[in-house]
Design a protein around this ligand. Structure first.
Ligand code: AMP
Ligand code: GLY
Length: 422
């Protein structure tokens, strides 16, 4: 089976890496890919959002399956367009991808179907929003409705900060039309856990748990990023909690999407806050997380292509998805200055992968002189596997210490709270 993976980050490298292990995989393509992906797949030059070019390429190359990994082509309806052209595609259609693409939609869904989440109000103009924030308790979160490359959620500790956030989103339009509407919500306290789940619209099958580190600096300081590191499993996600989430969040979400004529097929990313009042949804994503995919997928035993087929064909209940009983840790090596301003083009000195070490590439390319160089904010996702998390983390950091490129930045505290030392 020839497969095209759409996207270019560490997540897409993890997907290509896993697909490449399947005996069912024929030729693998990626668009646009990166230098690491290019070792396993033929990279096409089209941007992940260039729907016309991707559909055309899939037709011309007789691709059997297109895996649409990032949020923006999903929100733009790439899966619908591929299906219209008679091409099998993995990922939610445009209507279902609203679960991530519109916070007004997803919060409304949770309210309507009693799925636990932070209390909130939505606004379509800054005047009403500013009137409202005079009446409430702080801190709060103010979020752009649409996609905002992971930066659309701003916390405010007081009225002045809230006014600035509202104006930044609704008047200055820093996130463009994504900020035409906003959600203002209560601040939740607790521990964050990511649960990725496969669903075919009939059943929902959670993957092993993981946790992400969003802020750029140690001790959760500095601005939010796409994710600076992750580990799996999460110690706090007990079987009892998993059962509770299944009954109060996962199944109700699938059922709610069906009732709204928006059946979701693909991967749902449940970003959960485990609060003193129980688990609540922070947000949904309509895809694998990055870097969560880099710690979850290497632990998958079952053939990913079998799972993809079952999801597309509505037969997920018929297969048994198995996981390795181990742990995975991923440390992201980023360009200094990310997520704000950074330089690229620096030569990377890598080490070899081994059985327990997979260096997924994110922003890398081969330059004109044939050298591997940095080409993005997040550069490498150094993932190690071991019997336990502590060993996985130490293997990952050991590898990181041997890899270098100019201005490399990484967090030194990935997973530290989870292994019980601060
Ligand atoms: P989001 O873009 O909605 O994923 O939010 C980005 C990050 O902000 C999340 O990973 C949380 O750490 C934090 N966050 C978002 N909403 C809330 C909330 N209501 N309460 C506390 N933290 C939140
Ligand atoms: N790691 C966060 C995300 O993929 O959205």
């Amino acid at each position: 089976m020839d497969i095209l993976v759409v996207g270019s980050g560490g997540r897409e490298h993890a997907i290509v890496h896993k697909l490449n292990q399947s005996i069912r995989a024929g030729k693998i393509y990626a668009s646009p890919g990166n230098a690491g992906i290019a070792e396993l797949a033929e990279c096409l030059p089209y941007k992940a959002t260039d729907i016309d070019a991707i559909v055309e390429a899939a037709k011309n190359l007789n691709i059997d399956l297109v895996f649409v990994a990032p949020d923006d082509p999903l929100a733009l309806g790439m899966v619908d367009r591929l299906n219209e052209a008679g091409i099998r595609a993995f990922g939610p259609n445009k209507k279902a991808a609203r679960l991530e693409g519109s916070k007004v939609f997803s919060k409304g869904l949770m309210k309507k179907y009693n799925i636990p989440t932070a209390a909130y109000q939505t606004f379509d103009n800054s005047k009403d929003a500013i009137k409202y924030i005079k009446t409430i308790n702080y801190p709060i979160f103010i979020k752009a409705d649409g996609l905002a490359v992971g930066k659309g959620a701003i916390s405010a500790d007081n009225y002045d900060e809230a006014v600035t956030a509202i104006n930044t989103i609704m008047e200055d339009k820093v996130f463009g039309n994504s900020g035409n509407n906003i959600v203002i919500e209560e601040f939740m306290t607790g521990t964050e856990v990511t649960i990725l789940a496969f669903t075919d619209g009939n059943v929902v099958v959670p993957m092993v748990s993981s946790q992400d580190h969003k802020q750029v600096y140690d001790n959760d300081e500095g601005p939010n990023t796409g994710g600076m590191g992750a580990f799996s499993p999460s110690r706090i996600y007990t079987p009892e909690l998993a059962e509770l989430c299944m009954e109060t969040i996962f199944k109700p979400t699938i059922n709610a999407m069906n009732k709204e004529n928006s059946t979701f097929k693909g991967v749902i990313y449940f970003q959960l806050m485990i609060t003193p009042d129980g688990p609540k949804v922070i947000e949904y994503n309509a895809r694998f997380g990055d870097p969560e995919a880099q710690v979850v997928l290497p632990r998958l035993k079952t053939d990913l292509i079998d799972i993809i087929d079952a999801v597309i064909d509505g037969k997920l209940a018929d297969i048994n998805i198995e996981w390795h009983d181990n742990a995975a840790a991923c440390v992201v090596m980023a360009s200094g200055g990310y997520p704000v301003k950074y330089e690229t083009g620096f030569e990377i000195n890598l080490i070899e992968n081994n059985e327990d070490l997979i260096i997924y590439h994110a922003g890398t390319k081969i330059n004109e002189s044939g050298k591997l160089v940095t080409n993005g904010g997040r550069v490498l996702c150094v993932t190690a596997l071991a019997e336990d998390l502590k060993t996985a983390l130490s293997k990952s950091y050991n590898a990181v210490s041997q890899i270098n490129f100019k201005n490399a930045h990484y967090r030194k505290d990935i997973g530290i709270n989870a292994i019980g030392k601060k």
